[in-house]
Design a protein around this ligand. Structure first.
Ligand code: CUA
Length: 167
């Protein structure tokens, strides 16, 4: 047996305990907050994104079934297309996001959707919008002079509320 000093032993125990606590915290957070790890879902050619046959030629929201949607979002300097999405509360939306130029970010505040948008790759993440309200989508990867102006919004409408449009 190697002789380990009493204080050294104590510090080794504390270090192991801290690691166990961290692994536990990450595991609990991952399960409780439903952390989604964005992977490279698909590769695309950024040069031909807007050509016919590409789903980003006409980006936007498509209804797949009642309450289930998919949204194709194109990122470019310095906007998201579309920059407004409207869904009824309770909707589940799968986002397919790519960039036609440089690296961007795609983070929907108040949800766990948070990904890098890489030219040539498609990021795919899902969110369920139970609470009516406005959700901001921000670009959180520096992409040039007007990076800070790059955002979009999701309007989650309460299906039971009176229609507010009066015209
Ligand atoms: Cu796009 Cu920052």
């Amino acid at each position: 047996m190697i002789h380990v000093d009493r204080y050294e032993q104590a510090w080794i125990r504390i270090t192991i305990l801290i690691l166990v606590v961290f692994v536990g915290a990450v595991t609990v957070a991952g399960i409780a907050h439903g952390i989604q790890v964005p992977g490279a879902y698909q590769r695309v050619n950024p040069q031909t994104l807007t050509e016919a046959g590409s789903p980003w030629a006409e980006p936007g929201l498509r209804e797949l079934a009642p309450g289930k949607y998919e949204a194709y979002v194109l990122s470019q300097v310095w906007s998201f297309v579309p920059n407004e999405i409207r869904v009824p509360a309770g909707s589940e939306v799968t986002f397919y996001v790519t960039s036609r130029d440089v690296l961007h970010g795609f983070k929907i505040l108040g949800t766990n959707v948070n990904m890098m948008v890489i030219p040539g790759q498609v990021g795919k993440l899902k969110a369920t919008f139970d609470e009516p309200g406005t959700y901001d989508i921000i670009c959180h990867e520096y992409c040039g002079t007007l990076h800070h102006t790059m955002y979009a919004q999701i309007f989650v409408e309460d299906p039971n509320a009176e229609a507010t449009a009066t015209e």
